[in-house]
Design a protein around this ligand. Structure first.
Ligand code: RAT
Ligand code: ZN
Length: 413
């Protein structure tokens, strides 16, 4: 029998195993490179990430929103670089991320301008760069966020393309579910016989839309981001009706999980666009009632409010059809990942998905996973050290087996 790792070597062993472990990234906004311009990558996209756009207005409160958004993307990037990376130390998580990417690529993060960095990226091809980034990030597969209601994206799917098996489809439902009947017209234009009433016929047609598009995307799951006010049951809410009469039946029929990302307050500052959403505390009792009534469905759940994360763990202890996943958006910072991961390990053992990247720009896979691996590795090492202190033997094979449970995307199957 293999001997256990001595206490003093546990941390190194965990970090080594985690560095080698290819991860499945279950939620990104990346696209298959065959989908052309939809896949964002390179320095200008990286620097104009909406997390950084929010921060540039912190540094320059005197700047009019309009005067920034009227600039071309490269000029916006120049301004963000100057304000957040040249004139002050880039200590925020989103800023540090850029430094980690540049370091991994062997590029200079002390440059006063972006010119040299742009030269590097203009020498890359999308395909070659995808290979490089996946390797540097230690990622084996990513799940996209696909919205057939978006005309530009729908065109690409309808035309058809050769799929890169590393990019899996996900049917994102916000456009259909949120603010009904806004999605109605678009569904009609796609040939679905729906009207704003949510009649039996409309529900049947929405189910047909879901079936057809899950098949076309070869979707790994369906997903929706929900406001903190989400309620179940609620006969007055079109969102809840659509969820329980269309989404959950089709998900069950196709044996697909449904991802619910709960707690986003959309556009509290509309002029900021993507950067204008905020966070609100949800009531997790609604999720418990849903999981109880729909036991044949599998729910992947993340919350945006730190205050909801503990209740979510407890809900998952009660309902085996709930899998908590990721440290989402404003929770994707080292101090909060540390806290949330420790709590999940303590309450749920290995039965959760520790992280997703939410990358919108390919290059971000590098930093999001590098930073998360470091923090999650530290927390896991604490836990294995605790085991060794009790006399429990821990081997490298044990660690590798456990990491697979956490990171290989098995809970999506
Ligand atoms: O993290 C983000 O980039 C957010 O803007 C959202 O995309 C969020 O993750 C979502 O999927 O709704
Ligand atoms: Zn996202």
């Amino acid at each position: 029998m293999k001997s256990g790792i001595p206490l003093k070597s546990v941390r190194t062993a965990v970090n080594k195993a985690l560095a080698r472990m290819p991860v499945v990234d279950i939620h990104t906004h990346l696209f298959d490179p065959a989908m052309g311009n939809l896949l964002l990558w390179g320095i200008d996209e990286l620097i104009t990430y909406h997390y950084l756009v929010a921060e540039v207005f912190r540094a320059r409160p005197d700047m009019e929103y309009k005067s920034f958004f009227n600039l071309s993307k490269p000029r916006q990037a120049d301004l963000v670089w100057d304000e957040l990376f040249v004139r002050r130390s880039p200590v925020s998580e989103a800023c540090r991320g850029v430094l980690t990417v540049l370091q991994a690529l062997g590029l200079n993060s002390n440059a006063k301008s972006l010119a040299g960095l742009r030269r590097y990226f203009s020498g890359q091809t999308a395909q070659g760069y995808v290979d490089k980034v996946f390797k540097l990030a230690g990622v084996s597969r990513v799940y996209m966020t696909n919205d057939p209601l978006d005309p530009a994206e729908r065109k690409v799917w309808e035309r058809g393309f050769e799929r890169d098996p590393r990019f899996r489809g996900v049917l994102r439902l916000d456009g259909v579910l949120m603010a009904w009947p806004q999605g109605c017209e678009r569904l009609q234009a796609m040939g679905y016989g729906v009207d704003s009433s949510l009649s039996g016929q409309t529900m049947a047609e929405i189910r047909r839309f879901l079936r057809e598009w899950c098949r076309r995307l070869e979707a790994g799951y369906m997903a929706v981001s929900l406001p903190p006010s989400f309620r179940y049951p609620d006969v007055t809410s079109s969102l809840t009706s659509l969820l329980i009469k269309a989404v959950l039946p089709v998900a069950k029929e196709l044996d697909l999980p449904v991802a619910m990302m709960i707690g986003v307050k959309k556009l509290v500052n509309p002029v900021l666009g993507l950067a204008g959403d905020s966070v609100g505390k949800a009531d997790i009792e609604n999720l418990e009632r849903l999981a109880n009534d729909f036991r044949g469905n599998r729910f992947l759940v993340t919350c945006l409010a730190r205050e909801n994360m503990h209740e979510l763990c407890v809900a998952a202890r009660k309902f085996k059809n709930i899998t908590p996943f990721g440290c989402w958006w404003f929770l994707n910072t080292p101090s909060l990942i540390r806290e949330i991961t420790a709590m999940r390990l303590e309450l749920l053992g290995l039965s959760f998905i520790p992280q997703h990247s939410d990358a919108r720009v390919l290059d971000q896979l590098i930093y999001k996973w590098n930073h998360s691996r470091a923090v999650i590795g530290g927390v896991l090492a604490d836990k294995y050290e605790d085991l060794v202190r009790t006399g429990r033997r821990v081997t490298e094979a044990d660690i590798t087996r456990d990491l697979k449970l956490l990171f290989d995307g098995g809970r999506l199957r």
